[in-house]
Structure formats: C-alpha cells, structure tokens
Write a protein that binds this ligand. Structure first.
Ligand code: ATP
Length: 208
C-alpha cells in the first residue's frame, strides 16, 4: 500500500506535520510518500521548488515508512496529479493500493484540477479534515457519492474509493506563515529548523 501526501509545502508547517502523523498512524502498514509539486498549473509559489524540497527534508520526521518523493519536481511543464497517479499505477501494477491524501480545502477545489473524475481510476482519495472547511461543495461530493467507505476499506482494493479521515484541527496554513513573515510577526507555526531556514534564505519577506 502506498499513501501519497502531495502539496506545495510553501513552506511546510505544523498542520502538514500533524496530518502526516495522522496518516501514518491510520495506514499503519503503508509506505507514505510526501510529494511536493513542481510548478503547479493552477497557483503561484513563493519559494523555489528546491527550497520547498529542502525545507521538507529538514522538517520530515525520520520514520522508516515515510519518504520524500520528488518525482513531480523538475518535470517539464505543468503536471497534473492524475498524471502522476496514472504513472504510479503503471509502476506498481494493478493490485497495489494507492491512496492520495488531501485536505478538505484541496478536495473542494478538485473541479479545477485536470480530469478530477479520473483520479479514482488510479487511486483512492483520503480527505483530511481541515480547520475552517466544514463541508465539501455538493458538486464535488456528487462526483463520488457512491464510493464513500471507512479508511480500513482502502487497504482491500487498489483504487476507486473515498474516505474522510477525522484528522485533528490544526488551524495553520502556508499562506498564514508567509503573511506572518512579511509582517515580521514571530514565532511562526513551523518547526524551529524551518523558521531558521526561512530567515537565513530571506524567504517570504515581500509576500503581499
Ligand atoms: P496555502 O496556504 O499556500 O494554500 P496550505 O497550507 O494549504 O498552503 P499545501 O502545501 O497547499 O498547504 O497543502 C498540502 C496538502 O495538505 C493539501 O491537501 C492541504 O489541504 C493539506 N493541508 C495543509 N494544511 C493543513 C491543515 N492545517 N489541516 C489539514 N490539511 C492541511
């Protein structure tokens, strides 16, 4: 079983780390891949991809089942999640359970992704609670209304199912971290090593 925790991580923060820990605990047999995106097709990033990767390297817990997967970084041109999942399906074969994890805010924005309906042809979706995002828009939940299951059921099929995970409320976002840096307000809700990296590299000082 392979669990993918994708994101921009601009920068990685305590909310990401809490979700990572919840996902590791829930899928206790799985390999968990933290997968930063390259240049996302639908949003601007502030730190470079190599800086975002470096921050993840510094912040991620040393855990035998957690790995940093940089396959999306440096790939030429826009890369959609569905393409990555299709490539992983080819790589790991038809029987491996693949789970793509995302917060409720990201799930709510799924309709703006390239081919959102095809995600379930390759992987399961695990939707994590996120403070301040109570409901999925009806048109998004309608995409999968027949496929909702408990998280345990993701282990017993390779793809095509959706679960909602009751992750802890950690009301932190990268947007908030960038705004705090720009306003000179400390401490930041990130590990000390990341606060140091942000300061040493002069990141986010001119965030609007
Ligand atoms: P930004 O504020 O720049 O939009 P972000 O804080 O949402 O960034 P991302 O790197 O875009 O961070 O998030 C990666 C994934 O982690 C997304 O699926 C997102 O929903 C989820 N996530 C991020 N922060 C939290 C949080 N505090 N609680 C739950 N899920 C989160």
């Amino acid at each position: 079983m392979q669990v993918i925790f994708g994101g921009t991580f601009d920068p990685v923060h305590s909310g990401h780390l809490a979700m990572l820990s919840a996902v590791c605990e829930t899928f206790s047999e799985a390999l968990v891949r933290v997968m930063p995106n390259g240049d996302p097709p639908h949003r601007q990033v502030n730190a470079s991809a190599s800086q975002r990767v470096e921050m993840l390297r510094l912040a991620m817990p040393a855990h035998p089942r957690v790995i940093l997967d940089t396959r999306e970084v440096g790939s030429a041109g826009p890369r959609y999640t569905v393409d990555t999942l299709a490539a992983m399906r080819d790589e790991y074969g038809p029987d491996e359970s693949l789970v793509f994890c995302l917060g409720r805010d990201a799930a709510a924005g799924l309709l703006s992704w390239g081919h959102p309906e095809r995600v379930l042809d390759f992987a399961h979706l695990c939707i994590m609670h996120r403070a301040g995002h109570l409901e999925l828009p009806a048109e998004v939940s309608a995409l999968w209304s027949h496929t909702y299951v408990s998280e345990n059921a993701l282990c017993t099929a390779p793809f095509g199912r959706v679960c909602e995970l009751k992750t802890p409320d950690v009301p932190v976002s990268s947007t908030q971290v960038r705004a705090l840096v720009a306003a000179g307000q400390f401490p930041l809700p990130v590990p000390t090593v990341i606060a140091d990296y942000i300061r040493d590299h002069g990141l986010y000082l001119d965030t609007e």
